[in-house]
Design a protein around this ligand. Sequence first.
Ligand code: UDP
Length: 208
Amino acid sequence: MTHLIGVYGASGCGRGIMPLVRAEHPGATLVFIDDGQAPGSVNGHAITDWAGFLQRPARQRSVCLAIASGRVRETLAGKCDAAGVPLIGARAASVVEMDEVQIGEGACLSPFVTLTSNIRIGRAFHANLYSYIEHDCTVGDFVTLAPGAKVNGNVTLGDHSYIGSNAVIRQGLTIGHAAVVGMGAVVTRDVPPGVTVVGNPARILNKG
Ligand code: UDP
């Protein structure tokens, strides 16, 4: 019997992460788990829902959370914990990791991600294509970096924060819990929890 790996999420994020998982686990059986898509197949892998994943015969079962929303990843991580299914991460061969980087379980590191030195990262982190984290940063749980996000030295990223494509964060700043940094933003001041900032210099977006 097989090691069954479910890549959770059969949409854009999952389709980018599946090939990384496949390269790292050549002997495993790989399926997509998706609760919102009809059964079928994507890129040669069956799509099943969570119940179907648990019912498939396997000697060992693992899940890679491949959904960009940190909130959704947290919910699904709780589901995996409750079912006793461990999280696994995914890492492209081109990832650069320097000295003393601690990364929590389930991190997905896309091609050309760089993590320099003395960095602490929490659970189910996502770093998309060409994003980086510079020295001495602290990154919470369920944090997401979109492609090209640039996090300079001594920055703190709160749990569930989301850094948009090509945004840049000045060194030493704190991005609050669940804050969102918009695409291309240039962040020059701390960002409070829960807000969205956009622009250059980045300012809080007033919704409504
Ligand atoms: N999804 C799921 N279970 C959940 C929440 C989301 O299976 O509890 C799936 C959803 O059906 C969708 C995917 O996760 O197919 C998320 O896709 P989306 O395009 O919204 O985002 P991305 O792929 O960029 O993370």
